[in-house]
Write a protein that binds this ligand. Sequence first.
Ligand SMILES: *Cc1c(COP(=O)(O)O)cnc(C)c1O
Length: 223
Amino acid sequence: MKVVDNLKNIEEKINIACENSGRDREAIKLIAVTKYVSVERANEALEAGILDLGENRDEGLLAKYEVLKDKPNWHYIGSMQTRKVKNVIGKISYIHSLDRISLAEEIQKRANEPINCLVQVNVSGEESKHGLNPEATIDFIKGLSAFDKVNVAGLMTMAPLTDDERILRECFRKLKGIQVEVQALELKHAPCTELSMGMSNDFMIAIEEGATMIRIGTALVGE
Ligand SMILES: *Cc1c(COP(=O)(O)O)cnc(C)c1O
């Protein structure tokens, strides 16, 4: 399938989810996750009108960056090794996986200007998933005030792999709840306006529950 055809399909679903929940299409950023595909395929996504690309490893991001440069906004969506920060820091618009103080320290050390970071929360509590325990998230975010290069732009989560709509909805709703709590604190370093949640299998539900960024790989550019 061509990316434009997949995109048309996905845009229809995004619009339905927006209608279901009374939201504006403009409030949702579609990120094409290109980690499985070639740079040619990533470029096809840009030509289809997509502005944002997501990669989960520094090698993949750097290889595509070589060719596509700053044409897209780059999102780093995978768990980030501390020693990889310096390779990508000047190239990316968002890090979706801030989950520990040592990573914030490295960002602080390497960045020349504030970096938009999303704090990754392991809402479902699955062992295999990265991210902070929901109960620890607020204190973690408060502690980030010490780092003037870290802007807490929002929160990110990965839902469990399931078709059970109730479980998915609950997961996304919990992340939204944490966002509301953070915003109530009115922290200067944590505007927390973004919710990065929703992938190929669950993005409609994520939008209905307040996602502002959806990360789609398989359904958009393929595996
Ligand atoms: C791979 C990946 C995605 C995209 O997943 P699909 O199911 O292929 O849409 C989204 N977010 C993260 C963090 C990923 O690693």
